[in-house]
Design a protein around this ligand. Structure first.
Ligand code: GLY
Length: 253
């Protein structure tokens, strides 16, 4: 059960955000509307929302998920792998003190984007990616162990973040796409396999038995509803242009 979410309103400079997309820059005003609808969806799932103000110094800062890992026992400030995103953590640190007594921090030369971390109960899968390095992974595992939590490493070869292709929906249900589909680490789960033509939809978000999914991916929606979840579809077109997904837009705890 999650009760709180932290989000950050997109800034005008989001049009300069990092991307591998060829779709062109996002439409800022459209993104603002999509973000508001996203926040309303979180509220409808029973979440209290803390909204950080837009910050034009950091074009990608609406993707708050990368700046911190919030566990039930401690908050961990990350050290994002992209230089342009590294200081997004400053304001996150400040807001986390409202919720956590124990705040840990990833230190140089470690880099971690928390979009590379997927929580499954008390275990955390940590992607080794272009953004998250081995030193960073080892630091995260050491911190988790201190709080009786565990972590393990998953090597990425193609996707930006671990959660670009994996979403845990509780009750052993795992949405999986692309390079993760045949990974032996995940075969113990009830896998909801996403076809390549809908792989963007693999980044979805379980919140208190609802699942937020991107619009319009009918096969993914049907597969998730078939196993008993109510879905909430959200238009993510402008965030997709920055390689961002649904989970990237909030920290849920
Ligand atoms: N545009 C999101 C990222 O690359 O981190």
């Amino acid at each position: 059960m999650f009760t709180n979410a932290i989000v950050r309103t997109p800034c005008k400079n989001m049009i300069k955000g990092l991307t591998s997309s060829t779709e062109g820059p996002p439409d800022y005003l459209k993104a603002l509307i999509q973000h508001k609808i996203y926040v309303d969806a979180l509220k409808s799932c029973g979440m209290e929302i803390t909204t950080l103000p837009p910050n034009d110094n950091y074009p990608d800062s609406t993707f708050v998920e990368d700046a911190a890992l919030l566990t039930p026992h401690c908050g961990i400030i990350t050290r994002p792998g992209a230089h342009s995103r590294r200081r997004e953590t400053n304001s996150m640190k400040r807001v986390m003190t409202d919720f956590y007594d124990d705040i840990e921090e990833i230190k140089s030369p470690g880099t971690v984007d928390a979009g590379d971390i997927m929580m499954v109960g008390s275990h955390y899968y940590i992607g080794l990616s272009k953004r998250t390095n081995t030193t960073g992974v080892n630091q995260v595992i050491k911190i988790l162990n201190k709080y009786n939590l565990t972590g393990s490493t998953i090597a990425l070869s193609e996707m930006l973040h671990l959660k670009s292709g994996l979403s845990y929906l509780e009750n052993n249900n795992l949405v999986v796409a692309g390079e993760f589909t045949d990974n032996p680490e995940f075969q113990k789960f009830n896998l909801i396999k996403i076809d390549d033509d809908e792989s963007y939809a693999a980044n979805c978000v379980w919140i208190n038995d609802y699942v937020l999914i991107a619009k319009v991916y009918p096969k993914t929606k049907q597969s998730i509803e078939q196993i008993g979840y109510e879905t909430i579809e959200l238009d993510m077109s402008e965030f997709r242009k920055l390689d961002g997904g649904l989970s990237c837009l909030s920290l849920r705890f």
